[in-house]
Design a protein around this ligand. Sequence first.
Ligand code: 4NP
Length: 150
Amino acid sequence: MHKILMVCLGNICRSPLAEGILKSKVNSDSVFVDSAGTAAYHIGKLPDERSIEVANKYGIDITKQRARKFVVKDFDEFDIIFAMDDSNYQNILSLVRNNDDEQKVRMILNEIHPAKNLSVPDPYYGGNQGFENVYKMLDEACDVIASNLS
Ligand code: 4NP
């Protein structure tokens, strides 16, 4: 079983989309996908309405998801931890206990733009276009992730 964790700040905009998109591209018998946020602001909440809408537009239901906070134990549970942006990446790295933990953490857009360390822009304070843009980036990245897992 591959275990993949998607991480952003609030776990309501970007990482729920990344979770939903990757789940739609892999077999759930062999790949477990989850998401979390580095901040506690939105624990227990549904994804942002704008993420729900853009996912829905592409046939993906993310309304079963509830926000949770990233915890150190996630380093034990998951094989790969994808950060959406630079600040998520630094926040996760600040919690690593050893080299094994550190090796699990990656920037998700490096899947499509290797070693560039590009960030998925935080769409929270923008309009719907930001969510569409985020969706497209994550869809491309998840295509690569899914093909590398199969
Ligand atoms: P996310 O977006 O990290 O993609 O879930 C955000 C959600 C909430 C906040 C910031 C970013 N916030 O400041 O509450």
